[in-house]
Design a protein around this ligand. Structure first.
Ligand code: PLP
Length: 303
C-alpha cells in the first residue's frame, strides 16, 4: 500500500471533491456556465490544494522517514496542513517560520504547538536561504534524516497531485480553469494536465509580474506547446495578504449570499477577478468555467 493511500484513509480525505454549479446574479454570469470545484471541502484542516500538493511527497520520501521539515509564514496554510498531517501519522514535524511570533502566537501557530510541532523562528535573511543547498545541508545535518519539503509544498511531486484534480473531471466538460497563484505549483499542475482545447488562468495573489510566470515555467518544464495558461496580475490588491474594500465586500458576498466561504488572501481574489471579468465580457459566450476553491479558511482566524 502506498503511504499516501494509508495517509488518505487515516485522515479521511474526501476525494473526489464536489463540483457545484454557481449562478451568481452578476453581470455577464448568464452568458457562461460557472462551476466551483470545492477543494476546500477535501479535509477540514488539510484543505484545498495542500493535500493534493503533499500527497506524492509522502510517496517520494524514504521509507524510514521519521521527521519532516518545511517552511512558511505565521499564517501558512501549508505549515498548518503539514503539522496536522505529521501529528496524525506519528511523524516529527519542524516548522521553520519567517519572523518571530513567539510572543504573539497566531491561531495557526497555536495549533502547531498543540500538535507538538517543533517551531523555529528565523529572520528574513535566514528565511531567504530556504532553497539554498548549503542551508538545506546544514538542516539535514541538524535534523538527522529529516525529509525537507519546500515552502508551500511546491515541488515536482506536487504537480502530479494537482493533475489529479483535472483527471477527476471528464476532460471535455470544462474549457476554462481559474486558480490563485502564489508559488505557481498549483497552476503548473493544471497546465500540464489540461488538454490543448482547455486553458487555465492563474490569478496572482501577490506582486509578481514576470516572476510568477518564471516560477510556473520552471515547474512545467518544457513549454506547454499550446501555451494554454496565463497569469492575470490585476487582482493582487496591493500584494500578498493585502486587502481593500472591494475584496472584503466580495468575500462577504460569497460567504453570506452564496454560502461559499472565501478568504481575502487567495480565493477572494479569484472570485473578485471572476466577477470583474464576467462584467467585461472577458470569457467567450457559453464557456464552461471551473473555479478552483483552494481552501485556506484557517488563515482567517483572529484568535
Ligand atoms: C497555498 C495556497 C495557494 C497557492 O498555491 P501555489 O501552488 O503556491 O500557487 C492558493 N490557495 C490557497 C488557499 C493556499 O493555501
Amino acid at each position: 500500500m502506498l503511504f499516501s493511500d494509508f495517509a488518505a484513509s487515516k485522515l479521511a480525505v474526501r476525494l473526489p471533491s464536489p463540483i457545484e454549479p454557481f449562478t451568481p446574479s452578476w453581470q455577464g454570469a448568464d452568458q457562461v456556465s460557472l462551476f466551483i470545484k470545492r477543494d476546500d471541502l477535501i479535509h477540514p484542516i488539510i484543505s484545498g490544494n495542500k493535500w493534493r500538493k503533499l500527497k506524492y511527497a509522502l510517496d517520494t520520501m524514504p521509507n524510514d522517514t521519521k521527521h519532516i521539515v518545511s517552511f512558511g509564514g505565521g499564517y501558512s496554510n501549508h505549515l498548518h496542513a503539514c503539522g496536522y498531517l505529521c501529528h496524525k501519522l506519528g511523524l516529527q514535524f519542524t516548522a521553520i517560520v519567517r519572523g518571530d511570533y513567539s510572543h504573539s502566537l497566531t491561531p495557526m501557530l497555536k495549533d502547531l504547538h498543540h500538535w507538538n510541532t517543533n517551531v523555529e523562528y528565523v529572520n528574513k535573511l535566514t528565511y531567504k536561504r530556504r532553497n539554498d543547498t548549503d542551508y538545506l545541508t546544514a538542516l539535514r545535518t541538524r535534523f538527522a534524516a529529516a525529509y525537507i519539503i519546500p515552502e508551500g509544498g511546491s515541488q515536482r511531486a506536487a504537480l502530479k497531485g494537482m493533475a489529479e484534480l483535472v483527471e477527476e473531471e471528464s476532460s471535455t466538460h470544462f474549457n476554462h480553469f481559474l486558480v490563485p497563484v502564489a508559488s505557481g505549483a498549483t497552476l503548473a499542475g493544471l497546465a500540464i494536465a489540461i488538454t490543448p482545447q482547455q486553458s487555465a488562468t492563474g490569478i496572482a495573489v501577490l506582486k509578481g509580474q514576470g516572476y510568477l510566470e518564471s516560477l510556473v515555467k520552471t515547474f512545467v518544464g518544457l513549454p506547454t506547446a499550446e501555451n494554454n495558461w496565463y497569469i492575470n496580475h490585476d487582482y493582487q490588491c496591493g500584494g500578498y495578504a493585502k486587502t481593500n474594500t472591494a475584496l472584503q465586500n466580495l468575500c462577504d458576498e460569497m460567504t453570506n449570499e452564496y454560502h461559499v466561504p472565501v478568504e481575502p488572501v487567495y480565493s477572494g481574489k479569484v472570485f473578485l477577478a471572476l466577477k470583474t471579468l464576467l462584467a467585461r465580457g472577458h470569457f467567450a459566450r457559453n464557456s464552461r468555467i471551473l473555479v478552483i476553491h483552494t481552501g485556506g479558511l484557517q488563515g482567517l482566524r483572529q484568535v
